[in-house]
Design a protein around this ligand. Structure first.
Ligand SMILES: C[S@@+](CC[C@H](N)C(=O)[O-])C[C@H]1O[C@@H](n2cnc3c(N)ncnc32)[C@H](O)[C@@H]1O
Length: 302
């Protein structure tokens, strides 16, 4: 008969063997990748907290690269072809949302009284004006905004601040014909797929999202020696271009204009919502380094 000691020894050996088998199976299923992500999470949180602090800087502490007062003519230059025409076609009951509006100078230019110098001359002035909503995490309203808002009333221009896009519901914000984002959430978010999903949920079918993203692999091809800010990978870890990812979205018609000769390779993006069953392929955040803009790496979820 075997002794208790030898039985225990046998169980221990079997348990060790089982552990090895479990590790092999977990790795074979690709579940092993969970570990580095879990270990990296506190660091991601730290960087995201640093980013929040950058948003809140005031006066001389605002980094010179963190520009918050671009006007409508800058939007006309930075956004994809067709933005000004689309804005000009809006009627007085239509709605325009500017995500990451900063001081909301673009909306102020859009609503500038007829006699004022036409700072937004690159976007032709339309007679009827859409209702406009400016959204910014931090409140960067100026005296000019307060004055204009008092003259026009809350019904025409609104400024929302204190939280990021993902914290608003569709019921709270309503729907829009045009949504813009110029170096706002699309460039700064740590959750790119959820951000796009929310934007599209706020668009009316037939409406358009106009944005840009700097420092990315371009649809038109890359230049050697470029340093990228936003990098995407497919589920197998191969490089994925931001437009190729967006083009996998159901109910969205995506057009990209590659700017390879800008300071950073930049993709100008227009997404037209063509039906309501939008589904954005999910991206997982792997790296985030706070900055203006931050550096980010995402991977497509299998
Ligand atoms: C660099 S400023 C750009 C301001 C303006 N668009 C311009 O070009 O002058 C970045 C803006 O994006 C906003 N922002 C960043 N991430 C955001 C998010 N997830 N939701 C809403 N606003 C966001 C910031 O609060 C800030 O207003």
């Amino acid at each position: 008969m075997r002794s208790v000691k030898s039985l225990v020894k046998g169980w221990k050996a079997a348990a060790a063997g089982l552990a090895v088998v479990i590790v092999i199976v977990v790795q074979a299923l690709g579940l092993g990748a969970v570990w580095p992500q879990e270990l990296a999470e506190p660091r991601l949180d730290e960087e995201i907290a640093k980013q929040e602090k950058i948003f809140q800087r005031r006066g001389a502490a605002v980094p010179s690269g963190y520009i918050t007062n671009r006007g409508l003519s800058d939007y006309a230059e930075l956004l994809p072809t067709g933005f000004c025409d689309a804005l000009g076609r809006l009627g007085s009951s239509d709605r325009w949302l500017d995500i990451g509006a900063g001081a909301a100078q673009a909306i102020l230019d859009y609503y500038a009284p007829e006699g004022d110098p036409p700072s937004g001359e690159k976007c032709a002035r339309s007679v009827s004006k859409a209702r406009a909503v400016a959204m910014s995490i931090e409140d960067r309203r100026t005296d000019k905004w307060r004055e204009q808002a008092a003259n026009l009333g809350d019904d025409r221009i609104r400024y929302l601040s204190g939280k990021s896009l993902r914290h608003y519901s569709v019921e709270e914000l309503g729907k829009f014909q045009i949504i813009t984002d110029v170096f706002g959430g699309f460039t700064y978010t740590a959750d790119l797929s959820r951000f796009v999903d929310k934007v599209l949920s706020l668009l009316e079918v037939g409406g358009g999202f106009y944005t840009l993203v700097p420092g990315v692999h371009l649809e038109s091809g890359d230049k050697l020696g470029t340093w990228y800010l936003t990098e995407l990978e497919d589920a197998a870890g191969r490089p994925l271009r931001v437009c190729s990812w967006l083009k996998q979205t159901a109910c969205a018609q995506v057009t990209c204009e590659s700017k390879s000769d800008w300071k950073r390779p930049t993709e100008l993006i227009n997404i037209r919502k063509v039906c309501s069953n939008v589904s954005v392929p999910h991206l997982k955040l792997w790296e985030f380094e706070a900055g203006y803009p931050p550096a980010r790496r995402f991977q497509l979820d299998p």
